[in-house]
Design a protein around this ligand. Structure first.
Ligand SMILES: [Zn+2]
Length: 197
């Protein structure tokens, strides 16, 4: 499914206008409804990551507020590289498909606040809108540890919405860090975390 319902897709949302990076004015209601749809897809990816023994972070990139162009999940353990964050993997795929992607029309939905590395990449690309779940107290690059969005450069700042289903995102992380792999047999439950997002 690449689009939301026909009724909802008749018009591009004005939320791409990004009224203010600080989010002082709420996004239009339709935008909130679409946010829910895409965040659910991001959570599906996060749950898949958890089942694969990865830090449960999932994301979805949407073009024009309705067309999913990429979705992915964290893979740092399986790929043995700290760069295999969900967002970076998707960015690479999107650029491979279309190097001239208009990032100002792209929205990112991700279950956890992007880390400093990912936030800087998103800022440099000029991604138009970022919706995330819980804050990332160790590596958050959207203001929690560092605000990559405030870096002075010519790149436009995105519209940002945070704390979307944040408790659910935290619960998934807690399951991972407690070493509880829901897809593993009980006697093979991991005792230790293997890596961190
Ligand atoms: Zn990251």
């Amino acid at each position: 499914m690449n689009t939301i319902s026909e009724e909802e897709s008749t018009e591009i949302l004005p939320c791409t206008a990004r009224s203010s990076p600080s989010g002082s004015s709420p996004p239009p209601k339709r935008c909130l409804k679409e946010d829910d749809v895409f965040m659910e897809r991001a959570f599906k990816q996060a749950r898949l990551a958890l089942s694969e023994g990865e830090v449960p972070v999932g994301c979805v990139f949407v073009q024009g507020d309705q067309h999913v162009i990429c979705e992915g999940r964290n893979a740092t353990n399986n790929k043995l590289t700290g760069e295999a964050h969900a967002e970076i993997k998707c960015i690479d795929q999107i650029l491979a498909q279309n190097a001239k992607t208009d990032w100002s029309r792209v929205s990112l939905y991700v279950t956890v606040e992007p880390c400093i590395m990912c936030a800087a990449a998103l800022k440099m690309l000029g991604v138009g809108k970022i919706v995330f779940g819980c804050h990332n107290p160790r590596f958050g690059g959207m203001g929690t540890v560092l605000d990559a969005m405030s870096v002075a450069c010519s790149c436009p700042s995105p519209y940002i919405r945070s704390d979307v289903r944040s408790e659910e995102a935290i619960d998934l992380l807690k399951v991972f860090y407690a070493g509880i792999n829901p897809s593993a047999p009980e006697d093979k439950v991991k005792k230790k975390k293997r890596a961190e997002h």
